[in-house]
Design a protein around this ligand. Structure first.
Ligand code: NAD
Ligand code: LMR
Length: 330
């Protein structure tokens, strides 16, 4: 007998990211080749027709693992029975816009969706927030989802993690598979800290192999921090296929576990680790096993890294205070 389908809710299903993400989920890339998927799509009313079109294309792929597709403009209906919720739907940043401008524009979406998740999602719910500002939107959803364990709410820094892997692989002329222990700390924003002091390439600490502080500070860190803006500048719209791919990676590893001896970056509610105030959704190195994640403990932080982590965490505190001031925290 084939296993029961897992309900995966995706918001913003008719958007750019949705258009890459849904096909990969339906193909089995996220939950694996043995897990049938019931897709539940949430869109705003004017985009329901476009979501229908995406559903028609999903049908036309005849994915063996795709059990069913439902579409709604009501969050409680769309989240009913969801074990995985990918909160993508929100307005993306456009040229010249700072992420802070998105706080008020998008924050309100996540109060409603947090409440709806608490009302109708499955007990084993896992939430990934992709819509920006992702960390603070996850905080808003978490604080409005009474009764859902806080650790179920995460935000996406896996795209930043993957960008950092690609930059380091290119600089060292080594395959990404040679790299371990990459970490993104803090916020998914231009203050994030991609950390090479703990990363290893083929077993050698990355900063020893590269040994070029000018490249680290002048190229690597700003390239990763500002990659989102660079894509917007080049493409005229924000990253989509790479964001969808990172979302697949994030949930895949959360569900199936991280490889032995390595970790990934996830923005998760802080338990106070590394001096990050408890409850802030900040990016950490995490390992995953048996469907749960744990923040990697006991890493020694050098002064350079400490200052950068503190700067990004300070921005998260500002964002939290701003949305609290807007009355968005439950
Ligand atoms: P898009 O504009 O193409 O699509 C967004 C979709 O969300 C639209 O179809 C819109 O109708 C829908 N939507 C808006 N409000 C909604 C609501 N309340 N409920 C359900 N759906 C709603 O945008 P996109 O390019 O797909 O990007 C989506 C979000 O992801 C943006 O906020 C973007 O900045 C963010 N993003 C995050 C990362 C990351 O690494 N965390 C990377 C790339 C993009
Ligand atoms: C990205 O990192 O590509 C997205 O978060 C888009 C953005 O606004 O930077």
């Amino acid at each position: 007998m084939s296993p029961s389908p897992v309900t995966v809710a995706v918001t913003g299903a008719a958007g750019q990211i949705g258009y890459s993400l849904l096909f990969r989920i339906a193909s089995g890339a996220m939950l694996g080749p043995d897990t049938p998927v019931a897709l539940s799509l949430l869109e705003i009313t004017p985009a329901l027709g476009a979501a229908e079109g995406v559903a028609m294309e999903l049908d036309d792929c005849a994915f063996p693992l795709l059990h069913s597709i439902s579409i709604s403009d009501d969050a409680t209906t769309a989240f009913a029975g969801a074990s995985v919720a990918l909160l993508v739907g929100s307005r993306p940043r456009t040229k010249g816009m700072e992420r802070g401008d998105l706080l008020a524009a998008n924050g309100a979406i996540f109060t409603t969706q947090g409440r709806a998740l608490a009302e109708s999602a499955a007990d084993d719910l896992k939430v990934l927030v992709v819509g920006n500002p992702a960390n603070t939107n996850a905080l808003i959803a978490m604080s409005n989802a009474a009764g859902v364990p806080r650790e179920r709410f995460t935000a996406m820094t896996r795209l930043d993690h993957n960008r950092a892997l690609a930059q380091l692989a290119s600089r060292t002329q080594r395959p990404v598979t040679d790299i371990r222990h990459m970490t993104i700390w803090g916020n998914h924003s231009a203050t994030q800290y991609p950390d090479l002091f703990r990363a290893e390439v083929g077993g050698t600490v990355a900063t020893e192999l590269v040994d070029d502080q000018a490249w680290l500070e002048g190229e690597f860190i700003p390239t990763v921090q500002k990659r989102g803006a660079a894509i917007i500048e080049a493409r005229g719209s924000s990253s989509a296929a790479s964001a969808a791919s990172a979302a697949i990676d994030h949930v895949h590893d959360w569900v199936h576990g991280t490889p032995d001896g390595d970790w990934v970056s996830m923005a998760v509610p802080s338990d106070g680790s590394y001096g990050v105030p408890e409850g802030l959704i900040s990016s950490f190195p995490v390992t995953c096993a048996d469907g749960s994640y744990s923040i990697v403990g006991g890493l020694e932080l050098d002064e350079f890294s400490r200052a950068r982590i503190d700067a990004s965490v300070a921005e998260l505190v500002e964002e939290r205070d701003a949305v609290a001031g807007l009355g968005l925290l439950g």
